[in-house]
Design a protein around this ligand. Sequence first.
Ligand code: SAM
Length: 303
Amino acid sequence: MDEFEKDLIKGLSKKNKVIPSKYHYDYQGSKYFEKITRQKEYYPTRKEKEILKKIKNKIPKMFKGNLAFCEIGSGAEDKIKILINENVKLYFPIDISKKFIINASKKLKKIHPRLIIKPIIADYNKPFSLKKFNNNFTKIFFFLGSSIGNFHPNDDVKFLKNLSKCMDKKSYLFVGVDLIKKQSIINKAYNDKAGYTAKFSLNLINIINKKFKCGLDINNFFYKGVYNKRKKSLQGFLISKVKQSFKIGSKKITLKKNEKTQVEVSNKFTPKSFISLVNRGNFKFISYWTDKQGYFGLFLLKK
Ligand SMILES: C[S@@+](CC[C@H](N)C(=O)[O-])C[C@H]1O[C@@H](n2cnc3c(N)ncnc32)[C@H](O)[C@@H]1O
């Protein structure tokens, strides 16, 4: 039984069914995510880019000498390319979506032909090796796109602790964080009018069908994103329109009519709650920047 099968059986056997969000990202899933980031309602990408453009000129002053950038859950090249300057000699994008990051790396190489790019296909929840890093370079890690919000309780602390083990005392980490704001703005962002968030989530059904030959009909599901104010978290659900059963390996799964499966978690933070999280994850807070409206934060951390 592989990890996907184990995770599906575990998550779909729970009272409140859940599927880990990392399984969204086959090539099609990554393409849908890219579409989401271009929707008017989806403020996180726009706001984070605004901050990156604001700090762009500070990077050469803050970090001198040769630099190696390592971007975790990198996806598209459009954010990191804002920050790359001539001191950046090496770039390691780490992502599970193989074809997508290979393509993104090729696009970046065209813009920066002298930059050495080494894509690493890996699950960032597992310890990954960065042996290829040159020790004389200052290493700057990036975890953008509010991916730090995509963990279920305590998994974020575990992730940060693992990451800190891969970093030395001279390394830095930038994290993009979605800040708490008016509920209606968050709900709109995760229920875009054009329906790309829905397509992105429903694509999971295609991925499951392809792997487990379940024959599930995508039309028997719909997507809804709901902000839970108490948990300070956007929860994305696939809701079954009918009672239906299918098999994951030898395990029979039944979904009741209107039963929800959580397929997305996107936790929101205040600067204070985020700093408290990173301290638990063995990081020290150095500084942070926000966009004009204070929707999004970019935090600089050190081990
Ligand atoms: C929310 S998107 C963010 C993409 C990009 N960093 C941005 O800021 O727009 C999450 C990215 O992380 C990748 N990803 C998700 N879970 C992962 C995991 N467990 N290990 C490695 N990559 C993962 C996805 O393929 C996707 O590219």
